[in-house]
Design a protein around this ligand. Sequence first.
Ligand SMILES: Cc1cc2nc3c(=O)[nH]c(=O)nc-3n(C[C@H](O)[C@H](O)[C@H](O)COP(=O)(O)O)c2cc1C
Length: 215
Amino acid sequence: MPEMAQNTNDLFEIIRTTRSMRRLKPDPVPNELIRQILEAGACAPSGGNMQRWRFLVVRDPEIKQTVGAYYKRAWDEQAAPRYRSGEPAPGMSRERFLRLLGAAEHLAAHIHEAPVWIVPCLEGAAPTRTSGSSIYPAVQNMLLAARALGLGATLTTLHLQFEKEVEAALGLPPGAHSYALLPIGYPVGRFGPVRRVPLTEVVFADRWGQPCRDL
Ligand SMILES: Cc1cc2nc3c(=O)[nH]c(=O)nc-3n(C[C@H](O)[C@H](O)[C@H](O)COP(=O)(O)O)c2cc1C
């Protein structure tokens, strides 16, 4: 497999290699890089350009410890048993699936050690699929920006299993809700290509189920 550049400005390479990086070094991330990630987030589209997003940058070890404990509980009590008794993702070998579970387990035990978290929130909207549409483009922009800067990150949502407790620990005011938690840091491993099912299985032409042969 070709070696992947740690830093790159090639958009398509960034897209192809922005995968979840769950093993992170505790080394601090320079503020300038965090600012660049946040600027990328704030460039995203939102419904009516209302930009009701608020980005909580968490570096306080006590807050990370408290919220991290809820994340670990959600992993141990709900996600891990479900994944362990379930099927691997489409097209994924059992061996690769077990590696993924190992990485997710590692993140659950060490999420508080990531030097910085970004918690993307929305103000003033009850969390729904529609409101989510106005924050997840910003989340993806931030994941891509982190990758471009050689930083690892993962889109996580497990903390939402303890939404009330976590939002209290994060000090969110009433009416503000978190939609994700992005632990960010320098990755232990190297970036590599994302694994996805081929387009032929997910793209249809004009009619549902009709293969798209000319693309
Ligand atoms: C809505 C959503 C929620 C996710 N929540 C978690 C999470 O709580 N913990 C975690 O380790 N990964 C989480 N992920 C990451 C996915 O597991 C990951 O993106 C997927 O397995 C594909 O792997 P890749 O990102 O390495 O390509 C989440 C991803 C999405 C899109």
